[in-house]
Design a protein around this ligand. Structure first.
Ligand SMILES: Nc1ncnc2c1ncn2[C@@H]1O[C@H](COP(=O)(O)OP(=O)(O)OP(=O)(O)O)[C@@H](O)[C@H]1O
Length: 350
């Protein structure tokens, strides 16, 4: 977040204490978007978006650059007005009650900004003050959050010396200061190494489960976020083109009729390839020699069978009958990347 966004998490809560409804019970809608639309001139950035996110859910809003994710978030926060349709966040209309919504929603933009020459602890205390926490409580809350996000050791270190991953953790602590009901994280994993990503996502997941937080995560790193999202929405050119859990979306892909079977075996022969090709429903067989490693024997091959039905057991029998040594056989589980590419086949996605 930039400096003003950092301050916004606090400043926007200042002023008259808003009258807000009590937190929605688990499973109740927290975010409800109906036909939400935003146009800029003749360009439609968000096109008739219908979406409900429930309390305690981790929801991934996924799509390529320019898909409309940030515009959607800005409308949820009351930072830009919809052209048509409606948004309700924690029962409030953000366009009319932006201050109240911002009291309940913690927003971490993709470009986090802090006071670089101040420590992590000082930055959090600053946000706590903006949120009108009493001085003693501000410090206690800041220390408690630093511990929660695994930054106690760096509390006294200037933020300018923090790594990208540490800044993201501090950003999460920063949005949590005001005890929000919902946190919205825009590209939280940007620029972090794989181990840092894993830890950050685990932290977000733990927070959601322990604190009953609703989390909206915007990202174009599908394979990263799919591990922790209860549901995802695939967003492209302003439209939500698929919605559901990763398993549900994968099931829909399976219904398109293609099954991929992966075989690892040694002693592969042309006769085996031909035998597999002859199995009913097998559309193609491609075989690659696998480079030998500590775990794989020399001469091991990996074959990919694209089929119109599941041929796993017949293929296993064929490998053995042809005298090859079967190391592994599995029906490929689709991940979000596969789903994404399948939906966007033939379209410009990046
Ligand atoms: N203030 C604006 N004026 C005109 N067009 C805009 C404005 N804000 C966004 N857009 C356009 O709306 C579309 C959606 O942009 P948005 O930033 O919401 O996408 P995004 O999915 O968040 O992308 P990214 O991952 O790159 O942030 C883009 O084509 C963008 O150029």
């Amino acid at each position: 977040m930039n400096q003003s966004a950092h301050e916004a998490n606090g400043r926007l809560t200042a002023g008259r204490e808003p009258s807000v409804s009590p937190p929605a019970p688990p499973g109740q809608p927290v975010i409800e978007l109906k036909r939400l639309t935003k146009t800029y001139g003749d360009h439609t950035a968000v096109n008739a978006l219908d979406l409900t996110i429930r309390r305690g859910e981790i929801f991934g809003l996924l799509g390529p650059n320019g898909a409309g994710k940030t515009t959607t978030i800005l409308m949820m926060l009351g930072l830009t007005e919809p052209t048509s349709g409606s948004a309700r966040v924690c029962g409030l209309n953000p366009a009319r009650h932006a201050l109240q919504v911002k009291r309940l929603v913690g927003y971490m933009p993709d470009d986090i900004g802090f006071y670089e020459d101040r420590t992590g602890l000082d930055n959090l205390i600053f946000t706590a003050r903006l949120n009108r926490l009493p001085e003693r409580e501000a410090r206690d809350r800041a220390l408690q959050l630093l511990e929660l996000v695994g930054l106690s050791h760096a509390a006294g270190k200037k933020v300018g010396a923090y790594s990208r991953g540490m800044r993201q953790r501090l950003g999460i602590a920063d949005v949590l200061i005001k005890r929000p009901e919902v946190i919205i994280l825009d590209e939280p994993t940007l620029g972090i190494d794989p181990e840092g990503v894993r830890e950050l996502l685990q932290l977000i997941s733990d927070l959601s489960r322990k604190e009953g937080l609703t989390v909206l995560l915007s990202s174009h790193h599908l394979h990263q976020v799919q591990q922790i999202c209860d549901r995802v929405g695939l967003f492209v050119q302003g439209r939500l083109i698929a919605l559901g859990s990763v398993a549900e979306l994968a099931e829909q892909l399976d219904e398109t009729g293609t099954v991929t079977v992966l075989i690892e075996a040694s002693g592969w022969t042309d006769a085996l390839t031909e035998r597999l090709q002859a199995l009913e429903g097998v559309q193609s067989v491609s075989v690659d020699a696998k480079a030998s490693t500590e775990n794989t024997a020399a001469g091991e091959s990996v074959a990919t069978l694209v089929c119109s039905r599941d041929v796993t057991s017949e293929a296993a029998a064929a490998v053995i009958e042809c005298g090859a040594r079967l190391h592994a056989i599995s029906r490929r589980q689709y991940g979000l990347d596969d789903i994404y590419h399948r939906y966007f086949e033939g379209r410009e996605t990046r």
